[in-house]
Design a protein around this ligand. Structure first.
Ligand code: SAH
Length: 243
């Protein structure tokens, strides 16, 4: 009898040590998100306080199917269906920081995917226009963004190669799928003083930052990356645009 009592008490004590605060799932995920910002993002050199705050606020797990929630704050991309992936958190933070957003901007995003990067942009800019070529992904992302209360996001289904001319020009453009050349229509839709960040290349890709200045276009290769290819018109050859 005494043995049972001692054994039972030990089990309860051990279980409490494993989860000292009796956290709910949401609390556990928020703690994981905080650790993600500290260990994967700030530790690798992202310093923009607004970017760090947005990464800590946006619930990345909500953009994933439930069975992947526990992995939502891991250091990598994850599958979202239709052969596509949600980008690695660090890359989302890196690309966002490169746009140097202050809160006043009109932003164009190509490749809505899960909608996670869209939410980060919506936290940091005035308005976000996002284009997704896979209808099911675009509709799902739009629904989740609405559920989370974002009213400054507009999602359109289609090929983003030619941008969103009715809303141009944009202060910033972020492309989340890799073309093998820089799409000229998107450069044309960038405001003077504006910034565009995109992966460029086939198997080996570079993250390229483009700044449109009064003197012309300034291109800067940043880091090697691996994104899904940009579909649609980007796959046809545009020899004059080749780097
Ligand atoms: N930042 C997104 C990444 C999604 S992956 C996230 O974190 O979830 C890139 C997305 O670009 C995919 O959903 C793919 O379907 C989309 N895509 C590819 N080519 C496209 C094109 N030409 N126009 C619009 N979207 C495109």
């Amino acid at each position: 009898m005494a043995w049972h009592w001692i054994f039972g008490s030990l089990c309860v004590i051990l279980a409490m040590m494993g989860n000292p605060k009796h956290q709910s799932l949401e609390e556990w995920l928020a703690a994981r998100r905080k650790a993600m910002v500290r260990e994967q993002i700030a530790a690798r050199g992202i310093t923009d306080e607004r970017v760090l705050a947005a990464m800590e606020k946006v619930p990345r797990h909500r953009f994933l199917p439930k069975h992947l929630w526990e992995e939502a704050y891991d250091d990598g991309p994850l599958p979202i269906g239709y052969g596509q992936t949600i980008s690695q958190p660090y890359i989302v933070a890196y690309m966002t920081e490169q746009l140097a957003l202050t809160g006043e901007e009109k932003v164009l995003e190509i490749g809505t995917g899960s909608g996670y990067q869209t939410a980060i942009l919506a936290e940091l800019a005035k308005e976000v226009f996002s284009i997704e070529i896979v209808p099911e992904l675009g509709h799902r992302a739009a629904r989740i963004l609405k559920e989370l209360g974002y009213t400054n996001v507009h999602v359109r289904i289609g090929d983003g190669y030619r941008g969103w001319p009715e809303e141009a020009p944009f202060d910033a453009i972020l492309i989340a799928a890799a073309p093998d050349h820089i799409p000229q229509p998107l450069i044309d839709q960038l405001k003077e003083g504006g910034r565009m960040i995109l992966p460029v290349g086939d198997y080996y890709q570079d993250l390229v930052l483009i700044r449109k200045t009064a003197e012309g276009i300034v291109k800067e290769s940043k880091i090697p990356v691996r994104f899904v290819p940009m579909r649609g018109e980007a796959e046809q050859s545009h020899p004059t645009d080749k780097r």
